[in-house]
Ligand binder design. Sequence first.
Ligand code: GDP
Length: 444
Amino acid sequence: MAFESLTDKLQNVFKKLKGKGRLTEADVKVALKEVKMALLEADVNFKVVKQFTKSVQEKAIGQDVMNGLNPGQMVIKIVNDELVNLMGSETTELPIKQGNDLTVLMMVGLQGAGKTTTVAKLAGKLKSKGKRPLLVACDVYRPAAITQLQVNGEKQGVEVFSMGDKQNPVDIAKAAIEHAKSNQQNVVMIDTAGRLHIDEDMMQELENIKANVNVDATVLVVDAMTGQDAVNVAQNFSDKVGIDGVILTKMDGDTRGGAALSIKAVTGKPIFYVGMGEKLSDLEQFYPERMASRILGMGDVMSLIEKVEASVDQEQAQEMQKKLKKMDFDFNDYLTSMEQMNKMGGISRILNMLPGMGGKMKDIEGMIDEKAMDRTKSIILSMTAQERSNPNILNISRKNRIARGAGVDITEVNRLVKQFEQSKKMMKQMPGLAGGKMNMGKRG
Ligand code: GDP
């Protein structure tokens, strides 16, 4: 499986950091040196590695550690974020037009990269999304390639357009587009000829097709097992023919992962999909985040994400506490906090995380009955802006009006106002919280 050894090496680096409560600049440097070696051994482009470690180092030193993480975990988080960045941050969709508008894709790549197989895989994917693809056999130099496309097309239940091996690829492509138009097919996928190595004739032929046919996107298929060669191939195609993105095949094999990590950084072109096996169903969308998690070892990253989320909750709770202490907490804040808490899994969870709050939870359970939240919300929404920001003006007639508006009894309005006052009082008595600043001091 791809990345196995990179993952092992990175895990080792992080294991050494994990035990430390405090990281010095020297610790970070040593760790990053090892990360650098691991990436180079995974066949990641050396310029990319250099840039990567530089940027991790800059972020690791001098940054505050997020609440809930120790400095070692913080480094893992920074490495994770940078890996995601390296691979393009977001998933890039293949540019397929909506509805019945015709999209013409030109599929290019070296012989053996997996182009013909990938064309069929992709056709299956598009078909399952409701598209009507047409595969076009333009590799006129290898009759076997035409047969292979036909066999795969049949397996996928997708039509293959062929004019044998005696015609010019430009003419075949043009005729195929006409065929697609008259048969309501809406994605034409031109399977072009590959060569064993980059050569001028091949590039010229691709340029000819592009010059004579309205190609919407050129997709390069490259073999991940070839590591940095795959990146060089991508750069070459990008410079000479122009590509819109890459499909990286054979990621199921024993690849070191370098291609996946370098392609975007070197060529600026995204990876659309990755091939994960020989079967026609083995094609997966490329998600930079998931790939980074896989490289770092899924379990680690998942627990990290949970911790970061927990610390975000804690920050919100602290913010709220600050307001309460200053006594400027009003019903608008109450409403906002309620909405935030709903998102974060409930106020009890957040309050439980505050130091010194554990024992007090029972006292304020009435105030945080989560089932009553909706009713509370509608009561607050029935208040005027003035009433929300200055609850002191809530007299009997105002409370009656609010109760009517919210469709509740006035006793519920009274209860809410009382709880609101109580919570303000209680929060004032709560113990202070320690600051969450990082200890990433310089040694010496
Ligand atoms: P082409 O010359 O570029 O058209 O390459 P082919 O489509 O003929 O594929 C070359 C070989 O790679 C075939 O044996 C395919 O089964 C294999 N192949 C293609 N994609 C993948 C993949 O994602 N994983 C694995 N393991 N093999 C693949």
